[in-house]
Design a protein around this ligand. Structure first.
Ligand code: 5AD
Length: 362
């Protein structure tokens, strides 16, 4: 079927999605991108919402084969930011006019850690209530798999969005990339618990793993739809040298352009299929090409998560090689971000939580 005809459809089959992801010529890509942009405009508007990102700890109990902060990587100096540093990052977000904040760390589920996160979240909320932000900063958490009780305690502390990537919905591939302690089914269960508690739930996948196919990615898109998620954060897989997948580096280099294009096509396809969810244009896109995040926005993404972690710890949070260390709290960088967003005809959604419209409609 012609791309034009597929794009006119209301419902998309697995085969349709595969066809869209296989687009390999400029004119069809333009059709896809324009349609995604149109859908975004209609269902989400053109504003780009901002979330200040603080990577508050790189201590991780997991040993994912692709990740630079995996437990077995002894070359990483482990850290946990103190409350003051996290509060400073939160205040900086507010100063910059960002109404939302993302707290991300390695996976950890010990009671001491959860208690600490709860304490910090309450402090962030308290410190950021103002006339402009009567409910304080909107907070998204990304600290991995937890029990129902702990998800609930975190929710009650004031977190209202949670990101937990499924990474891939191909169970065989999932098992190959993770250790036996991790399971695809457990992760799905966690996503369901989050939904049940009332969080706005985000998930996502890595794009361009060795052995991952277009068919797999099309199933990933259908999974997002079936799970009725509110937010999507996904990006290309980038090799890290201190992982068991380091040997894949040459192949990754050779396929870099193709993987990047697949990354932005996934954004466009998710926009077209899921319509009113929030979709982030992630740092991994920017790590591959300087204008990567702008390209993601042009394909229908509507969220950016600029770095607000203290400068001295950024080198210790290298999930992948070449992660940019821009000081996005700095005035000149803020202006640069604004200039980049304006250059593609978009505006920034300052002082707004920018919740997923999909969630609001529920
Ligand atoms: N390349 C790109 N993204 C990665 N992540 C982890 N390792 C890599 C990598 N090598 C992503 C995972 C995780 C998120 C926090 O970072 O998808 O969920």
């Amino acid at each position: 079927m012609k791309i034009k005809e597929i794009l006119r459809k209301k419902d998309f089959s697995h085969a349709d999605i595969c066809d869209l992801l296989r687009i390999d010529n400029k004119s069809d890509f333009e059709l896809l991108r324009n349609r995604a942009y149109e859908v975004m405009k209609e269902h989400c508007g053109e504003k780009v919402f901002l979330r200040g990102l603080v990577e508050f700890s790189n201590i991780c109990k997991c040993d994912c084969n692709y990740c630079g902060i995996r437990k077995s990587n002894k070359d990483v100096e482990r850290y946990l930011l103190n409350k003051e540093d996290i509060l400073a990052a939160a205040r900086k977000s507010v100063e910059n006019g960002y109404a939302s904040f993302v707290m991300q760390s390695g996976d950890r589920d010990d009671p001491k850690f959860i208690d600490y996160v709860i304490d910090v979240v309450k402090a962030v909320k308290e410190a950021t209530v103002s006339e402009k932000l009567p409910k304080g900063l909107g907070i998204t958490l990304c600290i991995g798999e937890q029990t129902y009780e702990d998800y609930k305690r975190l929710f009650d502390a004031g977190i209202h969005r949670y990101l937990l990537r499924i990474e891939t919905t191909n169970e065989k591939l999932f098992n190959k990339l993770h250790t036996v302690e991790q399971s695809y089914h457990k992760r799905v269960k966690c996503l369901k618990m989050l939904k049940d508690i009332g969080y706005q739930v985000g998930t996502g996948v890595l794009i361009g793993f060795p052995e991952q196919t277009i068919e797999d990615l099309a199933y990933d898109v259908l999974f997002f739809k079936e799970m009725d998620v509110d937010m999507i954060g996904m990006g290309p897989y980038i090799v890290h040298k201190n992982t068991p997948m380091a040997h894949y580096f040459d192949e990754y280099q050779a396929k870099k352009q193709e993987t990047f294009e697949l990354g932005i096509k996934m954004i466009a396809v998710c926009r077209i299929v899921l319509k009113d969810v929030n979709i982030a244009s992630t740092t991994a896109l920017q790590a591959m090409y300087d204008d990567g995040r702008e390209q993601g926005l042009l394909c229908g993404a509507n969220v950016l998560m600029p770095q607000h972690s203290p400068f001295n710890v950024r080198k210790q949070y290298q999930l992948y090689e070449g992660k940019p260390f821009l000081d996005e709290t700095d005035k000149s960088s803020l202006e640069d971000l604004e200039r980049r967003v304006h250059s593609i005809g978009r505006t920034l959604g300052y002082h707004e939580w920018g919740d997923s419209r999909h969630f609001r409609k529920k």
